[in-house]
Design a protein around this ligand. Sequence first.
Ligand SMILES: C[S@@+](CC[C@H](N)C(=O)[O-])C[C@H]1O[C@@H](n2cnc3c(N)ncnc32)[C@H](O)[C@@H]1O
Length: 251
Amino acid sequence: MNEIDYRTHFKNPQAYDKLTQSKHVSLIYQLEKEVLFNILKRINSQEKTLMDFACGTGRWTRILENSFQETTGVDVSEGMIDLARQKSKKAKFVVTDITSQNVDRQLKDRKFDVVTAFRFYKNAEQDLRYAVTKNLPKYLKDDGLFIFDLHLNTFSFMGILAGIIRFLKLHKIFGIASLTIRTISLKDIRKLFKDSPFRIIDYYGMGLLPGRSNYTILPQKFLHKWESFFTKRKILRPISYNLLIVAQKKS
Ligand SMILES: C[S@@+](CC[C@H](N)C(=O)[O-])C[C@H]1O[C@@H](n2cnc3c(N)ncnc32)[C@H](O)[C@@H]1O
């Protein structure tokens, strides 16, 4: 794994925000929203509290704040949170490194009903993945839900392509960033969770057809219908581009 420091990686919040508006990221976002809002309806989230961990520019915080009684966005990057604040109406934000010894006092003794983490685990370096998995349970109620995604599944079409590029070292020839071809699987998460308080209780998959940033192979409307069909029925979820995972604390 090529080591970057994911805590300090986000120097250009505007560029990140723009990337999240690209066609394929937007498609996955729509599909995730459909699944997530159903889960939130089932748990009656309007009466519950949310921590959106690694909230970044608040892509999720600003819509989830309408589904919860109270929403807190947490991120180590001041710049990312600045942008998130501008776009949110109700959420509170805390700039802190969740893995540090001195987590911001506003989070002291806080326990949330739901903790989310979107577009975090895939790109985080392994040490950071472990540190976050060790620290997040402190902020989750015993019967709470931890919901997060993996945005390039190793066993999806694009994940396998990334693996081939990595194996043949083609990224060096074509100047593809190593983070772009980093993948992650459900198996990696199961390993990560083995000695942690978390266990996976369910998962969904979204994105069967090849796609990446602004490249998609079908017109958006048709593509959405096709992908939504498979996502809702959980068909072929192990080989989907993006996995949305629901975890709970082990009892
Ligand atoms: C790719 S962004 C995800 C943003 C947002 N969740 C989304 O889906 O668009 C990952 C975020 O993780 C944050 N991060 C990395 N390490 C962190 C840590 N130890 N504590 C809090 N935030 C962290 C980064 O600052 C960055 O904003």
